[in-house]
Write a protein that binds this ligand. Sequence first.
Ligand SMILES: Cc1ncc(COP(=O)(O)O)c(C=O)c1O
Length: 464
Amino acid sequence: MTATLDRALLGTLFAAEQARFVAEHPRSGALSELAQAHLLDGVPMNWMTRWASPYPVWVREAHGASFTCVDGLTYIDFCLGDTGAMAGHSPPATVAAAQRQLELGITTMLPTEDCLWVAEELSRRFGLRYWQVALTATDANRFAVRLARHVTRRPKILVFNYSYHGSVDETIITLNDGVPGPKPGNAGPPVDPTITTKVIEWNDLPALEEALAPRDVACVLAEPALTNIGIVLPEPGYHDALRRLTRETGTLLVIDETHTICAGPGGCTQVWDLAPDMITLGKPIGGGVPSAVYGFGPAIADLIHADWDYHATDECGIGGTLAGNALTLAAMRATLGEVLTEAAFAHTIPLAARWADGVQSVIDEERLPWVVKRLGCRAEYWPRPVPPKNGGEAAAAEDEQLDRYLHLSMLNRGILMTPFHNMALMAPQTTAADVDRHTEVLREAVVALFGRRAAKRAGGTADC
Ligand SMILES: Cc1ncc(COP(=O)(O)O)c(C=O)c1O
């Protein structure tokens, strides 16, 4: 018999965790109070209000796979800046390169020699010849989408339900009861996203075929596996079909490896032998220094060269004053060359497998109707008994109350998980002991919630 959830108990446990958090984080509380004066909602970026704690933990310093808050508590960090710090916090090689470059000029809008090495390395890892640099993955996606529209002369793009590619206007769209429309909460959309974008479910080949048939889609923008509604893997043969259908309809295939770089040094593109027309990537590749890239092959480069107004290139909607700056390039060279290496993944991928095994043992012990999923050095659990096939299925199983309780229980016991869902990422500095501590803490949180009911069941008393 699978465990069932007692919502009243969940509420009581969550309230106790909140009280514990407040008692143990007086300094974070005081800073949050002060921050209300000039920062909207007391934070420098609105997502920081989304943590399960009554106010965020304020950070004093972060190193490797851990950080210490202003109240002097140290945490194992499985969130790692939601992948921005997947190379670990302040990896020494990146810090040394960045420090050197800080002394040598940060931005000049002229190339520095590091860009040669970085572009060659990206080509080696991802198989695409030409690369351009941006500051964020959002920008890399924005530029890729613009280039796709420019070279195909087609108006629309296609994304998958509950995908996330940054704050790119065209992508803030979902299927709402099967009908495409703005993603709930889409703030100030410039136009109705259904004008610019088609949205279908991941792993749905007939829908893909139908959407591409009118040949009005410039590009499909896809993560190789969804990661932002939890991990949703492609079904066998899906990528082959995606590639075939995009080719047959003259649609460009843009693969966003920003999170799926967790699969290995060349992301899923390398591991699954994908052949996209373009790749976008950001977050960890500069070791936390704002960095992103987008790449494409000679065919797209030719199309760009055939129809590019070089005179207008500074205001064409692609590029940016600080993009390609010397600091970013120095950080990327050091991070790719010395931190996010084959050897690093050989350490982090088995750790994620250990993490997933630990979670599975808790699921089995407590007979939870949950599933644990993994992609490379990223893993997570989701409150449904089998892996979701698409974003819609995954979203339908979301349980915010449960999620917040688990997050806060972890946090109060020294573990930071990725916000918005229960995902963990391994850094090169993460240890087996860190992973085992997570299993222990998860077990504690789960037993508090389900174990009592299990005990009641055993004693033959009321069940729900
Ligand atoms: C797959 C993917 N692409 C792009 C982005 C945008 O990254 P950023 O917020 O750094 O621009 C994200 C952010 O979570 C992402 O998950």
